[in-house]
Write a protein that binds this ligand. Structure first.
Ligand code: FAD
Ligand code: DHB
Length: 392
């Protein structure tokens, strides 16, 4: 089998890349090791930056997003039991949209299958070969058990943090990493949000986040120790802890049945460069941010926008300048998001090894951020997403 771009992974990066390539008249095949049902149900990100939403609109993917997505014009920073609003739209003229990552994934899969384009689920044993040649190959076993080889011009490694693409070129990469001494316990609850906006809450007992998915479904997160067994968190304990951390005058947390819960480790990670020969890494395969600040999926989409433009130039004219610049172009935005996510994480979480000096610094940073229009504007412009072509 032969294609122009072989894409490994059907997360937001791989599926969006396939969509952008199709619009540019470039053929691709997407290979995913999980089932369609699994990837469509995997609960993860929920906040879409302004530039991400614009791109989904421009490329014909926003019908459900426009009907069901929740535009947000601000969020609350809550500390000492008091809310300080970050007025995103007033400060930047832009907004964010709350719309589940799995809904974006469903929309992308539906568009791909409706167009009759190649997307294979439940493949196994994926490996990449001849990356330094102009005919790189992907070997895999398809869902019927047949061994296959896919010859490509380019391979896109969009297989997430635990995929096989980055390890395949590990010797050529430099890794930058920070692991945090805490994790997030995330829950999805069948109960209306307790507040119309997101709440990022700093508390002596640790960070808490109030978010949502719809007028009927709330998404909540709690800072917990790393590798915390989920069994230690029966539903009653989760609601009690959320109630304690999120307590504020005039605020009542509405509890309800918990439909889903899980613990996510937190790390900052960048592998450079994001290309080796004909293999291009995109999204979580190349970099991870801690979730505070909601940048991961948005970065994945930003990467493949650059990759699709480079591929379009290459396949239409043979010119490689944009593909050659791919890694440097992406890494500028990646490091801006790395800094922002690290900063939000450091300001809002309780470091178990921290001392009262650290806590005074955090509170000072929170008070200054909440009181200064300059600081609020900086937070807001990063949060809503810097324009794709902005210098950074
Ligand atoms: P993935 O979504 O991980 O997709 C990779 C795909 O490759 C998967 O489908 C996987 O099954 C497949 N795959 C893996 N290995 C192989 C293989 N060997 N062969 C074939 N296929 C393979 N980001 C935000 O922007 N906003 C948020 O609000 C936000 N909140 C988050 C909250 C939580 C709790 C978590 C865990 C993450 C959050 N993120 C957020 C991050 C976001 O979910 C990720 O950054 C995003 O999924 C990255 O997309 P991706 O396509 O690069 O990788
Ligand atoms: C959500 C996740 C985040 O990481 C964040 O910063 C805000 C909201 C969410 O899942 O809704």
């Amino acid at each position: 089998m032969r294609t122009q771009v072989g894409i490994i992974g059907a997360g937001p990066a791989g599926l969006m890349l396939a969509h952008l390539l199709h619009r540019a008249g470039i053929e691709s095949v997407v290979l995913e090791n999980r089932s369609r049902d699994y990837v469509e149900k995997r609960v993860r990100a929920g906040v879409l930056e302004h530039p991400t939403v614009e791109l989904l609109r421009e490329t014909g993917l926003a019908e459900r997003l426009d009907a069901q997505g929740l535009p947000h014009h601000g969020f609350a920073l809550r500390f000492d039991g008091v809310d300080h609003r970050v007025a995103l739209t007033e400060l930047t003229g832009r907004e964010i949209t709350v719309y589940g990552q799995q809904e974006v994934v469903k929309d992308l899969i539906a568009a791909r299958l409706a167009a009759g384009l190649a997307l294979e689920f439940e493949v196994t044993g994926v490996s990449v070969h001849d990356l330094d040649s102009d005919r790189p190959r992907i070997a895999y076993t398809d869902s019927s058990g047949a061994a296959r080889t896919l010859e490509c011009d380019i391979i896109a490694g969009c297989d997430g943090f635990h995929g096989i693409c980055r390890p395949a070129v590990a010797d050529a990469l430099t890794v930058f990493e920070r692991v945090y001494p805490f994790a997030w316990l995330g829950v999805l609850a069948q109960t209306p949000p307790s507040h119309e906006e997101l709440i990022y809450c700093y508390h002596d007992r640790g960070f808490a986040l109030h978010s949502m998915r719809s007028p009927e479904v709330t998404r909540l997160y709690l800072q917990v120790p790393p590798d915390e067994p989920i069994e230690r968190w029966p539903d009653d304990r989760i609601w009690e802890e959320l109630g304690t951390r999120l307590a504020a005058d005039g605020f009542t947390l509405t509890s309800g049945p918990i439909m889903e819960k899980g613990v996510t480790p937190m790390r900052s990670f960048v592998a450079e460069p994001m290309r080796h020969g004909r293999l291009f890494l995109a999204g979580d395969a190349a970099h991870i941010v801690p979730p505070t600040g909601a940048k991961g999926m948005n970065l994945a989409i930003a990467d493949v926008r650059v990759l699709a433009a480079g591929a379009a130039a290459y396949f239409s004219t043979g010119r490689t300048e944009l593909l050659d610049a791919y890694s440097d172009t992406c890494l500028r935005r990646v490091w801006r998001a790395e800094h922002f996510s690290w900063w939000m994480t450091s300001m809002l979480h309780r470091d178990p090894a921290g001392d009262p000096f650290d806590q005074r610094l955090q509170l000072s940073q929170l008070r200054y951020t909440a009181a200064s229009r300059a600081a609020l504007t900086s937070l807001a412009e990063n949060y809503v997403g810097l324009p794709f072509d902005a210098p950074s």
